[in-house]
Design a protein. Structure first.
Length: 73
């Protein structure tokens, strides 16, 4: 089982889970389509992987507190 959480001032913490990365991606993408429409599929996958750009964004006050990567449950 894979997990990820999104913490944004506009909605607080939301937890996502999936049996694998693809299922998790679909759960997160359903959320980002409505809540964060500016994020591309590639950016979502990068967030899941803990890409360096996401680590810097998560601490830049643009999206402070967001999860830097997906985690195993």
């Amino acid at each position: 089982m894979r997990g990820f959480h999104c913490v944004d001032p506009s909605h607080g913490r939301i937890d996502f889970t999936g049996a694998d990365d693809e299922e998790l991606f679909e759960e997160i993408k359903a959320h980002t389509t409505k809540a964060h429409p500016d994020l591309t599929d590639g950016q979502v996958r990068d967030m899941m992987a803990g890409a360096d750009w996401w680590r810097s964004m998560a601490t830049s006050a643009q999206n402070s507190g967001s999860s830097p990567s997906a985690y195993d449950k």
